[in-house]
Structures are given as C-alpha cells and as structure tokens.
Design a protein around this ligand. Structure first.
Ligand code: ADP
Length: 577
C-alpha cells in the first residue's frame, strides 16, 4: 500500500505548481474557518457586555467577509485540484494503454479482455475521483484538526479535554469499521472486473452461445458473479455508511457535555458564554475533519486498490526488448531457414521439437498435420510472437533475434481464416496494410484481390463502414478484403491460413485467383487443411506432435506412402477433396 501511494504521489509531483496553489488555498480556508467561530463567540460576549448597533454591524461585516473569502478559497482549491487529478489520470491512462500495445500476445491470451477494460475504465475512474476529493480533504482536515485543538486549548483547557473525551471511542469505532471496508472495497473492484470480463466474453461469443443453446448456463454464471459483486459492494458501503452515523451520535454527546459542563463553568464565571458558543462550533468542526478523514480513508483504500490493479499491468514485462544491436530491415528476399528449432509454451510439454527446413525465396511451403501438431506455432515463432527455446530461425541468413520485431513483421502479411476487420470504412480496413497508401493504391490492391466489384456494390462503396467483426460481409468477402490488405502491404513473406469452411464456388475461384496473384514472388507459408490446394507447393512439411515427420513435394510424399499419403487418401474417401 505504501509503495502504491508513493507511486501515485510521483505522478502528482509532476504538477508541483498547481499543487502549491492548492496547498496555499487550503491553508487560507482552514485558517479562516477557525477565525469565524472565534469572532462569533466575541460577538456573543460583546452583546452580553452591552454592545451597540454600530459595533455589532461591524462584526457582522467582518464575519460575512471571512465566510465569503473562505468559500472563495475552497472554490479555487477544488478547481485546481480537479486539474491535477485529471492530468494525473490522463497520464496514467496513456501510459497504461501504450504499455498494453507493447505486451506480448501471450499476455492477452491469459487475460479476459473485459477484465482488462475494467482496469482502464473503472479503476482509472476510481483513482480520478479520489484524487479530486481525497487530497484536499486529507490536508484540510488535518490542518483544521490541529488548528481547532490549538484554539480550543488557548480558550479553555478544561473544555478541550472534555471535547477530546470522545476521540478514543471514535478511533476504536473507526478502526473496527475500516478494517472491514478495506477488504470489501478491494473485493468489490475485483468482482467488478470479473463481471465485466464475463460480459465482454459473452457479448463477443454470442453466436457460439446461441448455437450451443448455452443461454441458461451463461445467465446462471452471470448471476453468481453478480451476486458476488452485490455482496461485496453491499458490505463495503454498509460499513462505510456507519461512519457518519457514529460521528453524528458522538457529536451530539460531545455537544451536550460542552453545553452542560460549559454552562456550569459559565455560571461560576470560569468561562464566558461566548467561549461556549465558539466551542460548540469548534467541537463540530473538530469531529467533521475526523469524519472526513475516515471517509476519505475508505475512498483512498478503494483508489489504492484500483491504482494497484493499474500498476500491475504497467509492471507487466513488455514484449522482450529487441537486442541492442538489432537491425531494422527494409526489404527481404524471403529466404527462410529453421535450424533445429524447439519450443514449448508450458515447461513440461514440448510443442515443437527440432524443426528444421529451408524455404527458398518466392517458394511456397505448406504446413500439414493434425490439429495441435504445431503448425500455428511455427508461424508464431517466425513472427516472433514467441522466441524459440533452442535452435535458430534465419531470414536471408540473419538470425531473426537480431532483427527488430517491428521491421520483421512489416515484411509479413497474414491472410487468416478469421480476417480481423475494424469498425471503420472498407478503405481504411484495406489501408491497414500500408497506412500511407493513396486512395488509388487502395483501389488497385482491391482490384488485384478481386474485391473491387463487391466493394462497389456496397451502399457507400469504399466508404462503407463495417461492423467491428465484419459481420455484415460474407466470409468470402472478408477474405477478399484481407487479401487486398496484404496486396497493399506488399510483404516478402506471406502467411495463409486456409479457410476450412466451404465458400461458394465462384467466390472460391475469385479467392484462389487473388491468392495466386498475391503469392507471386513471395515466400509463402500455407497452413493447409484441405490437401488438394497444396499439391503445387514447393515444399510440404508434415508435422505431428511437434515434429517434422515427412517433408518433400506432393509427388515425393505420395510415392513414399507414409503419413501424408494416408492423410490424402482419408480425405479423398471422405469426399473432402
Ligand atoms: P496447430 O496449428 O497445428 O493446430 P498449434 O501450433 O496451434 O497447432 O498448437 C500446438 C500445441 O501447442 C497444441 O497442443 C496446443 O494446445 C498448444 N498451444 C497452442 N497455443 C498455446 C498457448 N498459447 N499456450 C499453451 N499451449 C498452446
């Protein structure tokens, strides 16, 4: 907790100028809030001593002036503090978001997206709200508290001791309460993140949920999460709600003591009536900061819990730094060598074992094998989403570890089964392949990809805005768009993940014609599901359990009558070819 607070402070320290102004305003308003009640007491004593109208009027003007100035100081301290809080949160949000972009793919695979979103939104909001209120409150309350005690001691030590009698009771009560609220607040944020994660998952997975009629199970699970959130929020708020009630009660008790005992003292002439008036206000002014501190303590706890969750992500290790001497490459011939590459996701399970092959420039390599054999993993290593545990991968003779990730990935384009489309225009979606491309280039790429015709039939042509999943396009059309995107990117390495589902013959012809054009002159890796499409591949790698068990051309492998030949035969029997 201390670490987190110190870290939050380091963000605020960037706003030193504003912070000094805020502190100055707080000091002014706190001092004025002490003078007010004192003058009030003087006025009462003055009236009792037979003040005339003019003196009373003068005192009234002073009081009005003081309360007016105090409000002004409070206004400005809030105004400037909001500035600080918003700047801090602005900065943290930027930092968190940009850090997210640097994290490795494996990080996102382990997390629920909605839960991450919750940290960016809810937790940030929490931090912001607290900074707005809590900092001022804590400083004001502390100052007022000290000031009030000093003034009270100066006016009447005896009455001060009587007022302070309630403090131990107060502290015991607050400690009891805050012990409980802190835990619940933490739990509440965690449950909120959990629930948001679940909501996000079910919204993006609606199709699957409906397809498998899982609505009821999903609703039940949601109810459990919702219930957990309700319980933790309920207790967090219920306990923190006790605090003002407790304060109020103690306040009234203290008030009674002061008036009662103060009255007796006044009758004996030990104190003046004015002092009692001042004291009653001070005693309220004295418990209020304690109350505020306690309340703020809760808010601070919940903000610290939020900030902790934000810092956790900021502290996540970014995707391995490029080696110091890493080179930027701007073009490639596309000569790929895997040399005895081994890799595992989890320590005990070997995912790839000593995979070796050579893909000469411009050739097509097909990866074949049962699901889970490691085809996708080969591509993930080539794209450096992960790094090989043993062995090395070379492109154009350079170890990929000595090439910057970004420049390596710029040389690659992916046409995947599930083309990722963004909620923007068709034009921008294609332009994702090359952000600086002119409109003509986009159209040219679309024409080459056989996508131009269908795009022109869309309501706004290239300016049609797609939904984020591209669900307003057919699967074939989505593929044509991602081919256009790859065309525009003009990479030297191409990764194709073949569609498994059937697409109508005409679209399929269009796709394969576009793909052939795209593959020309580029080293291409095809993750093949249907074997008839890879007969012309220059090299077929047959993977099984992470090992290359056969490699060669279709002709060579058929003659070998091994695993590949078996696979082809099975598929033919099933009529899949
Ligand atoms: P393929 O593409 O041939 O179907 P993959 O390369 O996707 O196979 O997977 C190879 C093996 O690695 C599988 O057993 C799979 O369960 C495992 N695997 C894939 N991705 C991960 C991951 N992110 N974490 C842990 N294991 C994984």
């Amino acid at each position: 907790m201390n670490g987190t607070l110190r870290r939050m402070w380091s963000y605020m320290a960037k706003e030193k100028g504003l912070f000094l102004l805020v502190i100055a305003m707080i000091i002014i308003s706190s001092v004025l809030s002490l003078i007010g009640p004192y003058l009030m007491g003087l006025a009462v004593d003055g009236v009792l001593a037979g003040w005339v109208g003019r003196e009373l009027l003068l005192m009234l003007i002073w009081l009005i002036l003081i309360y007016f100035l105090q409000s002004g100081a409070v206004f400005f301290q809030n105004y400037w503090m909001i500035g600080i809080a918003q700047n801090v949160v602005f900065y943290m949000r930027n930092q968190l978001f940009s850090h997210l972009q640097k994290l490795p793919i494996s990080f996102f695979q382990k997390r629920q997206h909605g839960e991450l979103m919750s940290r960016l939104t809810n937790d940030m909001e929490n931090v912001s709200r607290t900074l707005n209120g809590a900092v001022i409150q804590v400083v004001t309350s502390t100052l007022t508290l000290i000031g009030t005690i000093v003034m009270m001691l100066w006016l009447s030590p005896l009455l001060t001791v009587l007022t302070l009698l309630i403090v131990p009771v107060l502290f015991a009560g607050m400690k009891w309460i805050t012990n409980r609220t802190g835990t619940y607040f933490k739990e509440q944020q965690k449950n909120l993140g959990d629930m948001n994660g679940y909501i996000e998952e079910t919204i993006s997975g609606q199709k699957i949920i409906k397809m498998y009629s899982q609505e009821k199970r999903v609703i039940d699970e949601f109810e459990i999460k919702n219930e957990a959130l309700r319980t933790s929020s309920y207790w967090a708020q219920a306990y923190s709600g006790f605090i003002p009630k407790l304060m109020n009660m103690l306040n009234n008790i203290s008030f009674t003591i002061i008036v009662g005992i103060g009255g007796i003292l006044a009758l004996k002439g030990a104190v003046s009536i004015g002092v009692i008036v001042t004291f009653t206000t001070y005693s309220r002014q004295f418990t209020r900061p304690l109350n505020d501190l306690a309340n703020q303590f809760n808010m601070i706890l919940s903000a610290v819990a939020g900030a902790e969750r934000v810092f956790q992500i900021i502290d996540e290790k970014a995707e391995g730094k490029d080696e110091n001497e890493a080179k930027t490459i701007s073009s490639l011939k596309g000569d790929i060598v895997f040399d005895q590459v081994s890799f595992s996701y989890e320590e005990e399970v070997a995912t790839l074992q000593q995979v070796s092959f050579h893909a000469p420039p411009g050739k097509t390599v097909a990866l074949v094998g049962p699901t889970g054999a490691g085809k996708t993993t080969v591509i993930s290593l080539l794209s450096r989403f992960y790094d090989a545990d043993e062995g090395a991968i070379y492109v154009d003779g350079i170890d990929i570890k000595s090439i910057t990730r970004q420049s390596l990935r710029r040389q690659m384009a992916f046409v995947l089964q599930d083309s990722v489309l963004f909620r923007t225009t068709v034009r921008e979606n294609i332009r994702y392949g090359k952000l600086e491309a002119a409109n003509d280039e986009v159209v040219e790429a679309a024409k080459n990809a056989n996508a131009h015709d269908f795009i022109m039939k869309l309501p706004d042509g290239y300016d049609t805005v797609l939904t984020s999943e591209g669900s307003d396009l057919s699967q074939g059309q989505r593929q044509l768009l991602s081919i256009a995107r790859a065309m525009l990117a003009d990479p030297s390495l191409l990764i194709l993940d073949e569609a498994t589902s059937s697409i109508d013959t005409i679209t399929e012809m269009k796709i394969s014609e576009a793909l052939n054009k795209l593959m020309e002159g580029r080293t291409t890796f095809v993750i093949a599901h249907r074997l008839n499409t890879i007969q012309h591949a220059d090299l077929i790698l047959v993977l099984k359990d992470g090992k290359v068990i056969e490699k060669g051309t279709d002709k060579e492998l058929m003659e070998r009558k091994g695993f590949y030949a078996d696979l082809v035969r099975t598929q033919r029997q099933k009529g899949a070819v």
